[in-house]
Design a protein around this ligand. Structure first.
Ligand SMILES: [Zn+2]
Length: 61
């Protein structure tokens, strides 16, 4: 479950409800209600499954 980073929005999204894309600063999804950029981290598990974990703010690099 992701939570929109925009505090006045705060909508919760299932990972299957959002479209994750990379606009050059790392993977993110746009909140469908307020348009806020929510950055996520791509994690590949040992069995090759890709999962995304929400991070606060922007990626450092
Ligand atoms: Zn939002």
């Amino acid at each position: 479950m992701f939570t929109c980073i925009n505090q006045s929005c705060g909508t919760q999204w299932e990972p299957s409800d959002v479209v994750i894309k990379d606009e050059g600063q790392g993977p993110l999804f746009r909140c469908a209600l307020c348009g806020a950029r929510n950055y996520v981290k791509r994690i590949e598990t040992k069995d090759g499954t890709v999962v995304y974990k929400q991070i606060e703010g922007k990626p450092l690099n």
